[in-house]
Design a protein around this ligand. Structure first.
Ligand code: ADP
Ligand code: MG
Length: 252
């Protein structure tokens, strides 16, 4: 694929996507006719009330759940009806960051990041120890390489999780409420690190959050309501983020 083509093709393309949980009488539709295109390098924030379907959509985009109905194309691969092997190949190009950092408690910071690289064939012959160290340096944890998670603060653990997600230079990063368990300053630091690394690596970010204080890092904000995706009025969010004290959006 030429650079030109890859620049204009969306990395995430969703058309008429529906999703249901349960079977028979208990079957319940949770996503309704979702349409969404996200382009290379974009940072898109998804907001919306609890239970509106954000995590479900993120899991589908990440190939962590099988798409049932409609079309969902990730990095050129149609996920609806894809084989396990095809899903796995797509998952290898995606970095995941969750609300709970999900670090392995019996591994140090560096070992946690190393492990994510060991899962990739293309890192077999690379110096993964150096790569893990460099990525932890980039998130400001160069002096905590050999610390176990229990000896790191919440913000530090989430930064290890970011290093783990970004070390392999994924084309897409999916983050589900990554700042939910952090105080204001740590939450802000964490998204700014994500933003910086993403811009450096040219990757695309789809981030779910309730946190009004970080909305200004987005290139675009979308909103989920009762299983429907509504493109948020940017003015409304500008006002919200200014009220929350993060209002430098109008300056940029
Ligand atoms: P959000 O992340 O916006 O809070 P979710 O995607 O987690 O929303 O949930 C959307 C809806 O789907 C909710 O009504 C929730 O109860 C339901 N749901 C989520 N996961 C499951 C599941 N594994 N089985 C059945 N229903 C589910
Ligand atoms: Mg959720």
């Amino acid at each position: 694929m030429s650079n030109y083509t890859s620049r204009i093709n969306p990395v995430i393309s969703v058309h008429h996507l529906n999703h249901y949980f349960g079977r028979g009488e208990l079957r319940k539709q949770v996503l309704f006719d979702i349409n969404l295109d996200i382009y290379p390098g974009e940072i898109v924030i998804m907001t919306g009330p609890s239970g509106s379907g954000k995590t479900t959509l993120l899991a589908l985009v990440g190939g962590l759940r099988s798409a049932q109905e409609g079309s969902l194309t990730i990095l050129g691969q149609e996920m609806c009806g894809a084989s396990k092997r095809q899903l796995m190949q797509v998952r290898q190009k995606i970095g995941y960051i969750f609300q709970a950092h999900n670090l392995l408690t019996f591994l140090t910071a560096k070992q946690n990041v190393r492990m994510s690289l060991e899962l990739h064939d293309r890192y077999l012959n690379r110096d993964i120890d150096r790569l893990a160290t460099e990525t932890l340096n980039a998130v400001g944890l160069g002096d905590r390489l050999n610390y176990y998670p229990e000896n790191l603060s919440g913000g530090q653990k989430q930064r290890v999780a970011i290093a783990r997600a970004l070390a392999s230079h994924p084309q897409i990063v999916l983050a589900d409420e990554p700042t939910a368990s952090l105080d204001k300053k740590s939450g802000r630091d964490v998204v700014e690190i994500m933003q910086r690394l993403a811009k450096e690596q040219g990757c695309t970010i789809l981030l779910v959050t309730h946190d009004n204080r970080i909305l200004d890092v987005a290139d675009r904000i979308i909103q989920m309501e009762d299983g429907f995706l509504v493109e948020a009025a940017q003015d409304k969010f500008l006002t919200t983020s200014m009220q929350a004290g993060g209002g430098n959006r109008s300056l940029s």
